[in-house]
Write a protein that binds this ligand. Structure first.
Ligand code: NAP
Length: 326
């Protein structure tokens, strides 16, 4: 950055951010990654590295035939980026001004960064109920997860009775997936009607391994080092009971981390960054690219996020070349 202006600034340190960094570095763009800083989000202590920091074993990322722990995987991504001299700043980006170029970004210490291109890879957070024991067991790998597709096939859940909370398409999809491994899957839904689409609803109701527990909310998660039961309250009768389960999966939606981009980038009605060209990573602001879960409410996988990170770096490199910046 000879003129004091970064060529590419990458915000976020999940699979999308690190992959973008590796590609941008190998394209000689000398990228800087703002990886975020440790903070408390609800009852969870969040550390840089994105959602994989809360995942135990990752078994579906190609190249790791024996599986790999989520945090270990993110450490390896980071190490790979460092091998190509990616600069890493352990701070959040607190605000941005994309109204003129070079773009302006301010970090959490209010230091100004000017950058020709920006890759937004800030991810999304799974929504949690916010119960203390839920958070404790999620963080300690005690059988509470917000991603059945990531964690459901682990030996700890095999042939166990498990529960999914939620009533949307994700809850049905995750419950159906879990029936491959679990002996029974309860869907705990707070109303007497599923939000999920008709075809998904039918799929759940016809599956003999799935039982919907209607009108019920989880008021506590019981278990010391591993989940043993859910304390459920029927919202109509007021009755409270303990239901033994060997696993709990939250499917109550995700929230994209786009607060910082409000008013700067076009977001969809759920707050995800809108991509302007299908299959690419371009956003409503020329020179700002988005990759990973921040712009993808559908697939939300580490491998798809990494793929988008690669695309964002290539899109940024090509765009910078059109601006005479190489
Ligand atoms: P969603 O449609 O927003 O559903 C969230 C569910 O969680 C709702 O049933 C909601 O209950 C429940 N919920 C929310 N907060 C809760 C709380 N605090 N306690 C208890 N329950 C709570 O989210 P999603 O299922 O993740 O789907 C997101 C989007 O992706 C949707 O557009 C969906 O169609 C799409 N998707 C599609 C597929 C597919 O087609 N294969 C698969 C997955 C997702 P209420 O119903 O009472 O509000």
């Amino acid at each position: 950055m000879a003129d004091g202006v970064e060529r590419v600034t990458i915000i976020g340190s999940g699979p999308a951010g690190w992959t973008a960094a590796i590609y941008a570095a190998r394209a000689n763009l000398n990228p800087v990654v703002y990886e975020g800083q440790p903070k408390r989000v609800g009852a969870l202590n969040e550390i840089p590295g994105g959602q994989l920091m809360f995942t135990t074993e990752v078994e579906n990322y190609p190249g790791f035939p024996k599986g790999i722990e989520g945090p270990e995987m993110m450490m390896q991504f980071r190490e790979q980026a460092k091998r190509f001299d990616v600069r890493i700043v352990t701070r959040d980006i607190a605000r941005v001004d994309f109204s003129s170029r070079p773009f302006k970004l301010w970090d959490s210490k209010d230091e100004l960064i000017e950058s020709h291109a920006v890759i937004a890879a800030t991810g999304a957070r799974a929504n949690w109920l916010g119960l203390e024991n839920e958070q404790r067991l999620a963080q300690s790998g005690g059988g509470v997860s917000a991603c059945a597709i990531c964690d459901g096939a682990l030996p700890a859940f095999r042939d166990k009775e498990v529960a999914v909370v939620g009533g949307g398409d994700s809850a049905i999809e995750e419950a159906t997936y879990l029936t491959k491994y679990a002996s029974k899957v309860y869907i705990i839904h707070r109303r007497d009607e599923l939000r999920a689409s008709k075809v998904m609803r039918q799929r759940a109701l016809e599956n003999k391994k799935i039982e919907v527990v209607w009108d019920s909310i989880v008021v506590d998660v019981v278990g010391d080092t591993r989940i043993e039961a859910l304390r459920l309250k029927n919202v109509k009768s007021g009755q409270v009971r303990d239901m033994p389960v060997g696993g709990l999966f939250m499917a109550i939606g995700h929230t994209p981390t786009t607060q910082v981009f409000k008013g700067q980038l076009d977001l969809d009605e759920k707050g995800y960054v809108k991509l302007t060209d299908p299959g690419r990573t371009t956003t409503s602001v020329e020179g700002v690219f988005a990759a990973g879960d921040v712009a993808d409410s559908v697939y939300r996988q580490a491998v798809t996020a990494a793929g988008m990170g690669c695309k964002a770096a290539i899109d940024a490199e090509r765009w910078l070349a059109t601006q005479g910046i190489e």
